[in-house]
Design a protein around this ligand. Structure first.
Ligand code: ZN
Length: 326
């Protein structure tokens, strides 16, 4: 999982988690409280990767981190409302899992804990009271005051601030910018004047178009990315470096969105309109590998590189991932 969005938008939360991790002073139950879209789930996964990582915390490279990035770690348990509510049986199942003997640390995450039925809340409370030293949990809510006071008092409450990108988003909307563009721009920058500048920049719609074409080509059979790029992205080749940064940032955003979308983490994604009509052809592993490649080449852009060569290499690498038969 790419945590850069979390680091950028919730630095205080990240600092708190990092400090507790360094001092080895995690509490066993956290209550993450904050408005919709404030990256609580991202932070919960970050917390899990600090605890479960073999190399001392969120290294991103070990087996544990890799499993976490695929959302399939055997020692991470995720509960979200089954229909309207979190039901007692769901908590009992969790309790059972955690009662099995293990020498390793385990983490559970419960989304929308305020939707737990009274009997589920009571079971959870008992479970929290009897949790072993190797067990950790994160409860997520949009409103901590709707959480049972007894559960609240057993948890360390971490308050999430509304995202800055919502400020940018709302500002652009009130300036008459199209909703889709406002959303995308708010994922690119937290800076109001940069956001307004982008929305007035005639290059921006072209960049978005190009990113849509390339991102969706990956999902269709035999697409040649290199060709798509050189047919439609010609305008970019001679452009200023900052447009290449935007271009890659947009591609990274879209790739991240695909991964989140596949896991129903749809609350904070920029390209929902595109993904709603997309038939995903690639496996989640392939999507994650492509994201890794994009991130690597985005970093390479910061050094002095030959742009043509950078794109050529990047697209070949990506094609190698998705043209390879599974
Ligand atoms: Zn690791």
């Amino acid at each position: 999982m790419d945590f850069s969005n979390l680091f950028k938008n919730q630095p205080k939360v990240v600092q708190l988690l990092n400090n507790s991790h360094e001092k080895d002073r995690f509490v066993h139950t956290y209550l993450f409280s904050g408005p919709k879209g404030s990256l609580k789930m991202d932070a919960a996964y970050y917390f899990a990767s600090l605890i479960l990582c073999k190399n001392g915390g969120a290294c991103g490279k070990c087996d544990d981190c890799k499993r976490l990035s695929r959302f399939v770690h055997p020692r991470l348990f995720l509960i979200s409302p089954d229909g309207e509510n979190i039901k007692k049986e769901q908590i009992e199942k969790l309790e059972h899992e955690f009662s099995l003997t293990s020498d390793d640390k385990r983490v559970f995450i419960i989304k929308d804990i305020d939707k737990a039925t009274p009997s589920a809340s009571n079971s959870l409370l008992k479970f929290l009271e009897s949790m072993s030293d190797d067990s950790y949990g994160v409860l997520l809510t949009e409103n901590s005051f709707q959480v049972l006071p007894t559960i609240r008092s057993r948890s360390a409450i971490v308050q999430f601030q509304p995202m800055n990108n919502m400020v940018v988003y709302n500002h652009l909307l009130s300036n008459g910018i199209d909703e889709t563009y406002a959303k995308i721009i708010s994922h690119l920058t937290n800076n109001l004047s940069e956001g307004v500048g982008l929305s007035n920049n005639e290059m921006f719609p072209k960049l978005v178009n190009l990113v849509e074409d390339i991102g969706m080509s990956m999902e269709s059979d035999n697409a040649n990315l290199y060709l798509v790029f050189f047919e439609k992205g010609n305008f970019l080749l001679k452009a200023d470096k900052k447009y290449h940064e935007y271009f890659l940032d947009l591609l990274i955003n879209l790739q991240n969105d695909k991964i989140k979308y596949c896991y129903y983490l749809k609350e904070d994604i920029a390209f929902q309109y595109l993904l709603d009509t997309c038939t995903f052809r690639l496996s989640i592993d392939q999507e994650i590998k492509i994201l890794d490649i994009l991130l690597t080449f985005r970093q390479r852009l910061n050094t002095n590189v030959n742009i043509d060569l950078l794109y050529t290499e990047m697209f070949v690498k990506i094609e190698n991932i998705y043209l390879r038969e599974e």
